[in-house]
Design a protein around this ligand. Structure first.
Ligand SMILES: [Zn+2]
Length: 85
């Protein structure tokens, strides 16, 4: 019986040793769950900063959308309100 190969190791720059579970569409890197979340947050942060999307005192609503869809324009999940400081 052929031995099944396990998942490749996480390709995080942080030198993580977890097995990769998700391929990031942006650059094709294969990452574990925690490294994917961190990488995604870093990308979003970079986009926000580079494009001056928010200013100090802006109020932001953050919502979890359970539908996974791209066709839901209105926040429908649990919503959190935060102020940029
Ligand atoms: Zn990792």
């Amino acid at each position: 019986m052929e031995k099944r190969r396990g998942p490749p190791p996480c390709q995080s720059k942080a030198g993580c040793s977890n097995p990769a579970k998700i391929r990031k569409a942006k650059d094709g890197a294969q990452l574990c769950g925690p490294c994917f979340s961190k990488s995604f947050e870093d990308d979003v942060h970079e986009t926000i900063i580079n494009n001056n999307l928010f200013k100090v005192c802006d109020v932001i609503l953050v919502s979890k959308n359970r539908s996974w869809g791209r066709e839901t324009p209105v926040a429908e999940g649990p919503t959190t309100k935060t102020t940029v400081t």
